[in-house]
Ligand binder design. Structure first.
Ligand SMILES: O=C(O)CCC(=O)C(=O)O
Length: 295
């Protein structure tokens, strides 16, 4: 599938999510699965703070409960050269308009026999509240998914409301993951089992959840996020759940940017990904530089 129908678009903006069949080919799923296996085995991105556990990390990442590798395409450039990324961008443009551009990709790994859930959350709760993110997230399971191994679940219409209160998982300030603490009814969840090749799409504000993996095999997923150019938030808002966190990931990010061998690749990626056409990005860049020189 390379485009979606107007009724798909309408249904997406009404419910805040959509299920699509046969977006990726079997070959795409094989390529993603091999890349995900290899990158996770090699712990790619750990030193850079891009690989982390949603739950508090014990002993590095020896026994993750829900591992996320953010930006695997930094380590495996071919991921974005796949026809799949272009196909997904065309659908993102149908949903958001012609300015939709690639924002990020991620692998998610939920080990076999784990009670760990992906808690109810809105992706926007993870962002800086001063910035407006208008994004859509395409989530591809890399094996069949059902309630037994942690398929996605969504609360219809939740994207139309505000960003709800969140807190670190279990109230633990060392947890990387957030959970929504109030303002919704989990009984309204729509459960979305999928076959490999199918995907769900959700908006940045749509409440979603994935249950435990009670199967004998790890559950892998790959997500691609596309968004409109960022702009200043029109509302004055604060996300207090970002305060007083103690994240091992942040420490790794800081250390990695100080390490000469890692700083230059980081800077190269920032320059390559910079949206030169967006004046707001220039303002954000100037603020960041000013802060850097003040230190
Ligand atoms: O794969 C998962 O369990 C969670 C994925 C997710 O929350 C997301 O892609 O926003």
């Amino acid at each position: 599938m390379t485009t979606i129908s107007p009724s798909h678009c309408e249904s997406f903006w009404k419910d805040g999510f959509l299920r699509l069949k046969n977006v990726a080919t079997h070959a795409d799923i094989g390529t993603l699965r091999n890349a995900g296996d290899r990158l996770m085995r090699e712990k790619a991105g750990f030193a850079e703070g891009l690989l982390f556990d949603f739950y508090p990390e014990a002993n590095g990442l020896d026994k993750p409960r829900l591992a996320q590798l953010h930006q695997p395409s930094h380590f495996e450039r071919d991921l974005l050269d796949m026809e799949l990324a272009r196909r997904v961008q065309r659908i993102a443009m149908q949903l958001l308009g012609p300015k939709a551009r690639f924002v990020s990709d991620s692998f998610f790994h939920k080990p076999a026999h784990t009670d760990a859930v992906t808690p109810w959350h809105q992706d926007e709760a993870f962002t800086d509240p001063r910035i407006e993110h208008r994004e859509v997230n395409f989530w591809f399971p890399l094996q069949p998914v059902s309630l037994a191994n942690g398929c996605m679940q969504f609360i219809p219409g939740s994207h139309l409301g505000p960003v709800l209160p969140h807190e670190p998982i279990g109230g633990d300030p060392t947890a990387h993951g957030l959970e929504c603490s109030s303002g919704f009814d989990a009984d309204e969840a729509v459960i979305c089992p999928l076959e490999p090749g199918d995907c769900t799409i959700h908006a940045g504000r749509t409440l979603h959840f994935a249950g435990p993996n009670h199967s004998d095999a790890p559950r892998y997923a790959y997500s691609l996020v596309f968004g409109l150019p960022r702009r200043a938030s029109r509302e004055a808002r604060s996300f207090p759940w970002h305060d007083d966190r103690h994240l091992s990931r942040d420490a790794r990010v800081r250390e990695s940017r100080r390490a000469r061998g890692r700083f230059w690749p980081y800077l190269y990626r920032k320059v390559r990904e910079f949206d030169y056409t967006n004046p707001y990005e220039w303002r954000l860049g100037a603020h960041r530089l000013a802060r850097f020189f003040k230190r």
